[in-house]
Design a protein around this ligand. Structure first.
Ligand SMILES: Nc1ncnc2c1ncn2[C@@H]1O[C@H](COP(=O)(O)OP(=O)(O)OP(=O)(O)O)[C@@H](O)[C@H]1O
Ligand SMILES: [Mg+2]
Length: 351
């Protein structure tokens, strides 16, 4: 293994192995490992496709209850009317159509981990019951007054901002505070450059092996296009793009032209021997994406210049304070804690 490779951390679950080279992700894996050993609920936040389910499975495998069941439930896939009975079970005759008694997901996960994906989609009735299970460790099936003890570790995930859900009144504040103690935030792929290039190569190698073809190298130009894309679909989007490129490249080099069209750089005319103008984009992309990138960069710079004081940073770039705060969440910009802000100011950077 090269030095670079020895610098990886990995989450291993059976024959599945997920590797991370990015410094931020190594910290996330470290936190996850520590959280997994406790029996506290874990809340996993991050954009779509960043690896929240991978982290949830790892939380189970790294926990003392790894020998128990891991039950994954996508809350957005359960019809609202069936949510409580699916999660907590029902007695025979509890409602029309309840022809037999039914154990809910909580009972199925007993002794193990219940992963509630897209927890923001739980309706308010199910949230009340969930809060009760978390505090009392007991459930009553619908239509029954008998309470049963359940021993379940909860891992929940959402790609939405839980505070915004609480503010909007669709997520109970008391439930949020019950589950937010151990919160894990998985950064978007565009903020993980070391993972991006490594995973791009890895997905190509795996896809070529699946196709029973020789491995292919990713050209430097293709890698530059990959580095420039925003990857709104994160690791999932990268995986699909690289599987596509691995299949369409006829030889053993993935060129820019083999990437999905929205990633490939627009080729310069053959006659142009010079580099493009400094402000000419190497690849034409959605102008909205470019504007977003500029907005995010300026917000970060303004926060840096004002030692993390959000109202001052917003004023510096003449953005409404509320908009600034909303966009910080959107871009995943972490607020600087008050204590650190003070330390920064005291270091003599006060303006
Ligand atoms: N480090 C990694 N190495 C290899 N594959 C990875 C890695 N991280 C994530 N993936 C893959 O990326 C894809 C998306 O991961 P996952 O389903 O965990 O994302 P998610 O955050 O739960 O997405 P969503 O919000 O859409 O449910 C999966 O195919 C997963 O196997
Ligand atoms: Mg998921």
């Amino acid at each position: 293994m090269s030095d670079h490779e020895t610098d990886l951390v990995a989450l291993v679950m059976g024959d599945q192995r997920y590797e991370f080279a990015d410094a931020g992700m190594k910290q996330v894996v470290d936190e996850l490992t520590r959280m997994a050993r406790t029996l506290l609920p874990i809340l996993i936040l991050g954009e779509t496709g960043v690896g929240k389910e991978v982290a949830a499975r790892a939380a189970h495998h790294l926990s003392p209850r790894r020998a128990g069941p891991f039950v994954a439930v996508n809350c957005s896939a359960i019809p609202a009317g069936l949510m409580e009975s699916e999660l907590f079970g029902h007695q025979k005759g509890a409602f029309s159509g309840a022809a037999a008694a039914h154990a809910g997901y909580f009972e199925c996960a007993s002794g193990g981990t219940l992963f509630l994906d897209e927890i923001g989609e739980l309706n308010l009735d199910a949230q009340v019951r969930l809060l009760r299970v978390l505090s009392e460790h007991k459930i009553a099936r619908l239509g029954s007054t008998t309470e049963r003890r359940v021993d379940v570790r909860l891992v929940a995930a959402t790609n939405r901002d839980p505070c915004a859900l609480v503010k909007a009144g669709v997520f109970r504040e008391d439930l949020y505070y019950r589950i937010c103690g151990a919160t894990l935030v998985i950064p978007p792929l565009r903020h993980r450059p070391d993972d991006l290039s490594r995973l791009a190569r890895q997905f190509v190698s795996v896809a070529r092996a699946d196709l029973e073809r020789d491995d292919a190298k990713v050209s430097d130009a293709a890698m530059r296009s990959i580095a420039r894309h925003r990857w709104p679909g994160n690791v999932r989007e990268l995986k699909h793009a690289m599987v596509y490129a691995a299949a369409t490249a006829p030889g053993d080099v993935i060129e820019r032209s083999h990437l999905p069209a929205h990633l490939a750089r627009r080729d310069r005319p053959a006659s142009s021997a010079q580099d493009p103008e400094p402000d000419e984009p190497l690849v034409f992309r959605s102008i909205d994406d470019e504007i977003d990138e500029l907005v995010e960069r300026r917000m970060r710079q303004a926060l840096h210049a004002t030692n993390g004081v959000q109202s001052a940073a917003a004023a510096l770039i003449k953005m409404a304070r509320r908009t600034f705060i909303t966009r910080m969440r959107e871009f995943g910009i972490e607020p600087v804690p008050v204590r650190e802000r003070r330390a920064l100011r005291e270091r003599g950077t006060e303006s």
